[in-house]
Design a protein around this ligand. Structure first.
Ligand SMILES: NC(=O)c1ccc[n+]([C@@H]2O[C@H](COP(=O)([O-])OP(=O)(O)OC[C@H]3O[C@@H](n4cnc5c(N)ncnc54)[C@H](OP(=O)(O)O)[C@@H]3O)[C@@H](O)[C@H]2O)c1
Ligand SMILES: [Zn+2]
Ligand SMILES: [Zn+2]
Length: 358
């Protein structure tokens, strides 16, 4: 063991289901040989934070500190850590541990988000029974495998949402091989969706943005969409029928809408489910058979995909549109997000006044 700098971490925790968090302190796991301790400067608010806070994912791990779009500065490293040092600027996303054993079916194929022993950044438990706590806090201590240096030309507050939202949408585009000439639909122009438009555009695709918010038309086009479809206008939706090779679903829309989504797809088109709406999807077998549509999903991003997301974003100048709230205004920020006002990602900022040398 190496001594970390912080013995107790102060953060903002939910004690029960709801979107209110309050100051709370916990003792992190000891700083192991492979671990890194980070003072948090920025943390994005992800739609998944909301699901967990509200208890819609059936969590019973309260108190929970959510937040998994973290950027900060390294303040201590275990003795085996070589890829970052004290003072390195780094990010942490939605996962903080996987076994990486050669005998692990998932890790050995680079599928670390699916490792049976994985630990997510929050709402998750380590093998020793200790609960992982996330980024609405002054610091975090995690396995160095899940600590990523931030490329120099990325602005740090803007880099935070790339750690989950960015990597979550870019990873399946890479794995599916989205390319020039493909017609790619993005439904839900929020934190994930507005980044998805930019990545698909940078990969050379024609991008169709679908939204139930007509006010997002101009901005979607300026972010790189070639078309914008107001999903409340049947004539706009009808014009898209049968034309998409891919549809990335980032909208928490009614799960009964999926039969409509299938009709937008080219034969053998792929619908990639990223959002986690409540309830089961409603799909008619006949609609699927006739369209030969492939319905799949994608879950966060593994180590290689996060590295590729950061590198690609830095090279193509891709960054989220953000609004900053000080960490101590986190409850106002959560309410603002929950009211659908975020434009498009809220990033909580730590003001640097927090004394972490307990
Ligand atoms: N698969 C994964 O690994 C993964 C990773 C991260 C997040 N997620 C999930 O992805 C989803 C989107 O996350 P996000 O952070 O992008 O959220 P967000 O910023 O709130 O965006 C969600 C978008 O969904 C659309 N929407 C349609 N109907 C809605 C309704 N009734 N209520 C709220 N939104 C509605 C809105 O877009 P329009 O106004 O354009 O219609 C909204 O901007 C969440 O379910 C989150 O849990 C999944
Ligand atoms: Zn997330
Ligand atoms: Zn594994």
């Amino acid at each position: 063991m190496t001594n970390g700098k912080i013995n107790t971490i102060r953060g903002w925790a939910a004690k029960e289901a709801g979107i209110k968090v309050e100051p709370w302190t916990y003792t992190p796991r000891p700083l192991g040989e492979n671990d890194v301790e980070i003072k948090i400067d920025y943390c994005g608010i992800c739609g998944t934070d909301m699901h967990i806070l509200k208890g819609t994912r059936g969590t019973d791990l309260f108190p929970v500190i959510v937040g998994h779009e973290i950027v900060g500065r390294v303040i201590a490293v275990g003795k085996n850590v070589t890829h970052v040092q004290v003072d390195s600027i780094v990010g942490v996303g939605a996962q903080v541990y996987a076994c990486h054993k050669s005998t692990c079916r998932e890790c050995s194929r680079g599928l670390d988000p699916h490792c049976p022993n994985k630990v997510l950044t929050y709402n998750s438990v380590y093998a020793d029974g200790k609960q992982a706590q996330g980024g609405y806090a002054e610091a975090i201590r995690v396995d160095g495998n899940y600590v990523f240096p931030i490329p120099e030309n990325l602005d740090l507050a803007h880099a935070a949402p790339l750690m989950c939202a960015g990597a979550t949408v870019f990873a399946p585009m890479l794995h599916k091989g989205v390319k020039k000439g493909d017609r790619v639909g993005i439904i839900g122009i929020g934190g994930l969706g507005h980044l998805a438009i930019q990545y698909a555009n940078a990969l050379g695709a024609e991008v169709v943005a679908f939204s139930h918010s007509p006010k997002k038309r101009e901005e979607s086009l300026s972010l790189g969409a070639t078309e914008f479809v107001d999903t409340s206008k049947p004539e706009e939706v009808a014009a898209i029928r049968g034309t998409l090779q891919y549809l990335f679903v980032t909208s928490n829309t009614d799960p009964r809408n999926y039969n409509d989504f299938v009709t937008w797809m080219d034969i053998e088109g792929q619908i990639i489910l990223l959002a986690l709406p409540q309830g089961n999807l409603e799909l008619s077998p006949g609609v699927i058979a006739r369209s030969k549509v492939i319905i799949t999903g994608s879950f966060i991003a593994g180590i290689d995909d996060i590295k590729r997301t950061l590198e690609f974003s830095a090279r193509h100048g891709i960054q989220p549109l953000i609004e900053k709230f000080p960490m101590n205004k986190v409850n106002e920020a959560l309410e603002y997000f929950d009211n659908g006002k975020a434009h498009y990602r809220i990033v909580l900022t730590n003001d640097g006044k927090t004394d972490i040398a307990h």
